[in-house]
Write a protein that binds this ligand. Structure first.
Ligand code: 3PG
Length: 207
């Protein structure tokens, strides 16, 4: 699976922070029931790697990858635990080279023209715009479309039901990422039905 394949799985990529790896399979089921078969599980909690491993082993129908991959140690661990792809909030030469060596789909975060140039000149034509609304949102993506006509983006950070269609309408946007589909309170309350409902609501909002 390359980066484009990953970004085409679903128009919405849930960005997930899990405090308890025991929630992983039920969360994956709730998202699948709602119609989303991709999960970006961030490495910002210690449960992240175990959750990735549990889903990768037990649920082949769910595409699971890691987010918040900030250095090569994160990258190695994420791959060893079964991540099928990797998202990063930023971009660095070291991450680009390691991802190539591991032959894994790597979607770096970019926020400036120079970072887009680093991605593009390294052969990475797919990137996250992060943090999307802070980095200029729709206007920035339209502006990037001029000099970087081949680049395709997954805006993440500040995306919600109220603006996802503005992003998805852009020619250079394939999908959006967001955390609102998996609220922390729903996990604390073990309310997986509400996560399925939020997933369905998000997909049905897309025009
Ligand atoms: C993140 O890394 O937390 C993502 O960008 C999610 O951002 P959001 O909480 O604004 O959806």
């Amino acid at each position: 699976m390359n980066a484009l394949d990953v970004m085409k799985i679903s128009p919405i990529v849930p960005v997930i922070a899990l405090d308890d790896e025991n929630d992983a399979l039920r969360l994956a089921e709730a998202l699948l029931e709602g119609g989303i078969s991709i999960m970006e599980i961030t490495l910002r909690t210690p449960a992240g790697l175990k959750a990735i491993e549990a889903i990768a082993k037990a649920m082949p129908e769910m595409h699971v990858g890691a987010g918040t991959v900030c250095n090569v140690h994160d990258m190695r661990q994420a791959i060893e635990h079964g991540s099928g792809f990797l998202f990063s909030p930023g971009i660095s030469q070291e991450l680009i080279e390691s991802a190539k060596a591991y032959k894994i789909a790597f979607i770096p975060g970019v926020a400036t023209a120079s970072e887009v140039m680093l991605a593009q000149n390294s052969g990475l034509m797919h990137a996250k715009l992060f943090p999307a609304t802070v980095a200029g949102g729709v206007s920035a993506l339209k502006a990037f479309g001029g000099p970087f006509g081949e680049m395709r983006f997954c805006p993440t950070g500040g995306v919600s039901l109220s603006n996802l269609n503005d992003f998805l309408a852009l020619e250079n946007v394939i999908c959006v990422g967001g955390s609102w589909i998996v609220p922390k309170e729903a996990l604390v309350q073990q309310d997986f039905k509400s996560i399925t409902a939020l997933t369905k609501e998000a997909l049905s909002t897309i025009r």
